[in-house]
Structure formats: structure tokens, C-alpha cells
Design a protein around this ligand. Structure first.
Ligand SMILES: Nc1nc2c(ncn2[C@@H]2O[C@H](COP(=O)(O)OP(=O)(O)OP(=O)(O)O)[C@@H](O)[C@H]2O)c(=O)[nH]1
Ligand SMILES: [Mg+2]
Length: 181
């Protein structure tokens, strides 16, 4: 059983679904800092996060989870460090239909300490889209770097899918606690 309060950070490139994922599970409507997206070339959607997302959930097992979302755009890179500071764990969201998804995987894993500072769980969206990279490609890329991180196919619009990522992260945290106890 997991107890206490946890800070979890959702990160990943623009359009991967960080804001959507937090909205899908937060007990209250999340705080959002989305502004009009002026970079429709990078990702064609109406809004983009300029500061952070914030939501929270109380889990049945007694854990209170604070959910933070980073911006995806590189010009807000400084927010990754601010939000990643003191995070218990990281949920990295990627979009399998983007050609550079594996490059993004490397970049975000490195930016958040490659799982050495805090555990990372990877959620891959749009895996069923035409031309999407297979899930195995993400796991293999990590393995080729000597990293074993859980990789799940998710639809960030679905509460259960996002909760699976959170629960997996909490399990990893509990395991880490036991190993150091
Ligand atoms: N059709 C479809 N839409 C999806 C899927 N997964 C996510 N989306 C949509 O993709 C968009 C993701 O946008 P956001 O949640 O703003 O993404 P973000 O990661 O917060 O992006 P930034 O804040 O700009 O970095 C939302 O409109 C989701 O509804 C999917 O599997 N299929
Ligand atoms: Mg966002």
C-alpha cells in the first residue's frame, strides 16, 4: 500500500497529450496555462501550454497525488527543470505517429535524469494510427541504451489508461522504498 503525498510530472513533446491526460484524471478541473498555439507546423492544434498544468487525485489506497504537466515546446525548456525538481516520478508521453518520436524519447529521458533521479514510465499514444511506430521500437530504443522503463500504449483521453501510468509509477516508487529500507 502506498501512503503519503506524491508529486508526479507529466512531460513529453508538444501534442503528446500532457494537458489532456491530467484533465482526464484530476479530481477537480485542472489549472491550465494554455495559450493560442502559433506553431501549427510543430503540431497542429489550437492551444499549447505556456507554463504548467496542475491537478490532483486522491487514490483509494490513501495516496494523494499532485499532478504537474510541463510545456512541450523547447522555448519553455526551463520549466522542465523547475517542475522536475523534487518530482517523485515522471510520466513521459509520446506520440507514435510523429516521425521523430524516438528522438523525443531520448531527449526527454535525458532531460529527466534517465530514470536515475526518479522513476520514469512511458506512455505512447496514437499507436494505432497509420504509419505509427510500433510500441516495441520504444522499448528497444531504451534497451539499446541499457534502460528498462515500462512502456504502455495509451489513449490519454481515457481515464483508465492514464491511471494505469500513475499506478505503475506508484508501484515503482514503492519498490524503490523497499529496496532502500
Ligand atoms: N484523435 C486522437 N486524438 C488524440 C489522441 N491522443 C491524444 N489526442 C488529442 O491530442 C491533443 C493533445 O493535446 P494536449 O493535451 O494539449 O497536448 P500537450 O502534450 O499538453 O501539448 P503542449 O502543451 O502543447 O506541449 C488533444 O486534443 C487530444 O484530444 C488519439 O489517440 N487520437
Ligand atoms: Mg499542454
Amino acid at each position: 500500500m502506498v501512503e503519503g503525498e506524491f508529486k508526479i510530472v507529466f512531460t513529453g513533446p508538444m501534442g503528446a497529450g500532457k494537458t489532456t491526460a491530467i484533465a482526464a484524471i484530476s479530481d477537480e478541473p485542472p489549472v491550465s496555462t494554455d495559450v493560442v498555439n502559433n506553431d501549427r507546423v510543430a503540431f497542429d492544434k489550437e492551444l499549447t501550454t505556456a507554463g504548467l498544468d496542475y491537478g490532483h487525485i486522491a487514490l483509494a489506497d490513501g495516496a494523494a497525488v499532485r499532478l504537474y504537466g510541463t510545456p512541450g515546446q523547447l522555448r519553455f525548456r526551463f520549466m522542465w527543470d523547475i517542475l522536475g525538481n523534487n518530482a517523485a516520478g515522471i510520466i513521459l508521453l509520446l506520440d507514435a505517429s510523429q516521425a521523430d518520436a524516438l528522438v523525443q524519447l531520448d531527449a526527454f529521458v535525458d532531460a529527466f535524469g534517465a530514470g536515475k533521479r526518479s522513476p520514469i514510465v512511458v506512455g505512447v499514444g496514437r499507436a494505432a494510427a497509420a504509419g505509427a511506430l510500433p510500441l516495441d521500437a520504444f522499448a528497444q530504443r531504451l534497451e539499446s541504451r541499457g534502460l528498462t522503463l515500462p512502456v504502455f500504449g495509451v489513449d490519454v483521453r481515457r481515464r483508465d489508461d492514464v491511471l494505469l501510468l500513475v499506478d505503475t509509477l506508484l508501484c515503482l516508487l514503492e519498490l524503490g522504498d523497499r529496496r532502500t529500507a
